[in-house]
Write a protein that binds this ligand. Sequence first.
Ligand code: SIN
Ligand code: CO
Length: 384
Amino acid sequence: MTTGSVHFRDFDSAEFLREYWQKKPLLIKSPWASWSNPVDPDELAGLACEDHVESRLITQSDPEWELEHGPLPEDRFERQGKAPWTLLVQAVDHHIPSVAALLDCFRFVPNWRVDDVMVSYAVDGGGVGAHFDHYDVFLVQGLGRRRWELGGLCDENSELLPHSNLLLLADFEPTDEWILEEGDILYVPPRFAHRGTAVGDDCMTYSIGFRAPSRAELVEDWAEDVADQMLDQDRYTDPQLAQQDNPGEIGSEAISQLHSMVTEKMLDQGSFMRWFGRYNTMPKNPDIDWQPDILASADDIRQSLVEGATLIRNPASRFSFVREPQSSILLFVDGQCFSCSGDEAIFAENVCASARLTVEPDASQPTLDLIAKLFNQGSVALDL
Ligand code: SIN
Ligand code: CO
């Protein structure tokens, strides 16, 4: 597994998936060929001051913890007192290529399960407290040292501290404890209680975060999409209505007919697949417009490829595909669906597999058209 200078030297991802993924925590002593912290604290603090970046500043004031949402004023950090604090910035991979490159080492998990890389900075004693997350996470120690304590599995009945909007656990009994050094990784499956505390100042942790849709969200959002395509006149009819003894009864035949009005639409796996691909690749932050200032035609793309340009995916873009019969595929990028066949399908598979790729300038017209569309929606760029 190699990407630029960031790669694992010593990590068996097949064994990891078999033995640990979604099953049990794992401490991975620095598996990198070489480790260097991908973003410095000042750059992280700068991101937390920007409008379109989601960030939180957590201070362990006595008696209650304080939570402040970004964007933070530029002089905010000068005003921090002596109480331990931590800054957390979401989706740093979308803005800093060296952080995005970290993700390439974790592509043994499919793109559609990846969420983002959150980066935290803490002073001595800082942390977010004991909690559990609904998602898998790899906690990569970037700079300095952090003590991680791990407890058992939690659920919606686990008691939380009353005051806190930080969702901190009321009873946390650690069963394991490690101090992570630079480059070490702790994998924590969903719902395991954990607490990370900075040991010394300048502690930075990279959370490689995943996502898993809830059943409620799938039902709600898929049903909304199905409903949007229904006509208002598509209604219940009962031309054979029979006289019934009690007008209050909703008859069993009516119930079956009503139920099938819903289920026959929801059972269509083809339209579910098209919807899910679009839904799952919607940008995490739709408020950011990544479109280029100057749009490109397929000819412009060909010209850049002739000049040796490499195609690079926007790290904020989401790429996935599904296979269809007759070796065609549906490519999903940032909420858009592209039906691809022939060498366009091969290109689509390649662009889903690598964040950076070379495309031959003699690529077919449909492939160049597709690249131009991806370029114009800001999902790929050309690097000369
Ligand atoms: C942190 O980086 O301090 C928090 C990460 C986590 O516990 O999920
Ligand atoms: Co956590």
